[in-house]
Design a protein around this ligand. Sequence first.
Ligand code: HPA
Length: 276
Amino acid sequence: MNEREKLQEAASYIQQQLGDLPQVGMILGSGLGSLAEEAEDPVVIPYKDIPHFPVSTVEGHAGQLVCGRISGKQVLILQGRFHYYEGYSMQEVVIPVRVMRLLGIRDLLITNAAGGISLDFSPGDLMVITDHIKLSDSSPLRGPNVSEFGLRFNDLTQAYSRDLQHMADQAAETTGTSLQHGVYAFMGGPSFETPAEIRMLRVLGADAVGMSTAPEVITAAHAGMRVLGISCITNMAAGILPEPLNHEEVMETGRMAREKFSSLIRELLARWEITV
Ligand code: HPA
């Protein structure tokens, strides 16, 4: 069985469990996955039941698909994502994105926890991702191109949809949430970065740093999907403050920002205009 057939088998399995087909795919990051509990008429599918699906290992990531309705939109939520630092290949990390595309999903909302590099940011801020920087030369699209999804040399100039960014600004205005905007730098982890790396990233134009998202966005763009990315700034990046960084702080700030984040997403979904 080739890669494409495996992806199709995963998509077919999910499709069999679902009534209504999902309209918006959502990948929720560290500490933010609880939004899935708000889905009405949920169908929950553990990753381990889905053929050829990787299984999440990191603490704070539930490892299941939740399909249901939020703010009138049919959503498919990846509750717990796969990270490169867990040992998966880039190709494995993006399996869910390709499966979503095979399910007919064209719009993707991706959230993550990130360290703030911009000195204008504070922990708890939400940042709309306008673009990303990936210094690592590994790519989820390395290897033979799967032309059913997209082109060999795909364009990333609009990987983060301007229309969806605009929609996020409007939703934030309605919910009274202030939104930052900025460039997300992907670093492989699992160590947090060094202070020197953070200074480098700032010089290069990054506003926040994290260990996810860029591979999924590249794959989504390849498959012609529209992406909205939102980072929760859970901590100031290494070396900005005197204190060392730790995962508990990341999770705790994620939890504290959860209600603000959830109401923004609810409003976003209410406004979301489906492209198919
Ligand atoms: N660096 C990388 N990833 C992160 C950070 C960070 O400071 N905070 C949350 N995820």
